[in-house]
Design a protein around this ligand. Structure first.
Ligand code: SF4
Ligand SMILES: [Zn+2]
Ligand SMILES: [Zn+2]
Length: 322
């Protein structure tokens, strides 16, 4: 198998793009394809300051590196969710959150950029496993907490947008789940750029939405990016993983299926948009952040705790010594 560009020995086959590439060509192709995706969806203006929401895993770590290499002002934030650090909660995955935070710190040093570390237990006195609601999977509380702090940290620290490492597999898996339940609320919001904007509501972008999980993993590996291999212990058995496996089977029989499904959805997404236009956002009476109801989902979840007020998140910033 030869590299499509330089005819040297290829190390990566990309069936979705009907080509194979050698290591140097792959390391050139990947950021340039991300740049094209950013342009296609008009995700960024050149001078916008980006806060990359990272988890210490391969996708978000690669995203931070690519955005910095492309010349963007990109810092990052990580939330120490307190997963795997508690005794007696039946969790495997020793110290998952603290280890992922260490990977993030290592990358901040390598890139010479600032990292914001938000410790959930310092903020609300509880970890994600302690926020579980009844029999519901802990991931629903976790997702809500992550979305809240991403927006709040970016707003308080003056960033223009939040970038997340969602890849094509993530997008298609979520889309598949939302179509199965015809969840038009989520369908109306899904996509490479968040449709909802407003005061205190920061733009969210997904520059890796056209890369498969395998393509991102390959880049992280070939580029020598430090990232945590272990998955969150709560990811085991998640329905989104089942959806991804099903879609991977379809993709292996007909390469390009994921991309066609996603692009088809993006073409028709306006079908789901109408109801979203009617949503009027107000400011949560408890924390002041945007909410469709008087009290936002985060404040309803954590109850009456003394959350950090505007500006105070600045204390969480760790400036790079590089
Ligand atoms: S798998 Fe669930 S609990 Fe773990 S980080 Fe992801 S959303 Fe949070
Ligand atoms: Zn090559
Ligand atoms: Zn609130």
């Amino acid at each position: 198998m030869k590299c499509k560009i330089c005819r040297q020995k290829a190390v990566a086959e990309l069936p979705q793009h009907r080509m194979a590439l050698c290591q140097p060509c792959y390391l050139d192709w990947f950021p340039s394809y991300a740049k094209k995706t950013i342009k296609k969806f008009a995700m960024l203006e050149p001078d916008e300051r980006i806060l990359v929401a990272i988890s210490g895993g391969k996708d978000s770590s690669a995203l931070w590196r690519v955005l910095v290499d492309l010349g963007y002002e990109a810092d990052a934030m990580i939330i120490d969710l307190g997963i795997g650090d508690q005794e007696g909660l039946g969790l495997e995955g020793e110290a998952y959150s603290s280890t992922s935070t260490e990977f993030a710190r290592e990358q901040a040093q390598l890139l010479g950029r600032d990292l914001w570390v938000i410790d959930l237990r310092e903020q609300i006195g509880r970890s994600v496993p302690e926020l579980r609601r009844g029999q519901r999977p802990v991931c629903s509380a976790c997702g809500l907490v992550k979305r809240y702090f991403m927006n709040r940290a970016a707003f308080e620290a003056g960033y223009d947008c939040v970038a997340t490492g969602h890849n094509l597999d993530d997008e298609v898996g979520a889309l598949f789940g939302n179509v199965l339940t015809w969840d038009t609320h989520y369908l109306s919001r899904q996509g490479p750029v968040s449709p909802l904007r407003g005061e205190r509501l920061i733009k969210k972008i997904k520059p890796f939405c056209y890369f498969t999980e395998r393509e991102t993993a390959m880049f992280s590996l070939l580029a020598g990016i430090p990232y945590m291999r272990e998955e969150c212990p709560n990811a085991v058995g998640a329905t989104t993983i089942t959806y991804k496996e099903l879609i991977n089977r379809l993709e292996s029989q007909a390469p390009g299926t994921k991309r066609r499904f996603y692009d088809g959805f993006l073409r028709e997404r306006d079908l789901f948009r109408k109801q979203e236009e009617d949503v009027v956002l107000q400011h949560c009476l408890s924390c002041g952040m945007p909410s469709p109801l008087e009290t936002c989902g985060f404040c309803r979840l954590v109850g009456d705790v003394s959350v950090t007020r505007f500006g105070a998140l600045g204390e969480s910033r760790e400036e790079s010594n590089a």
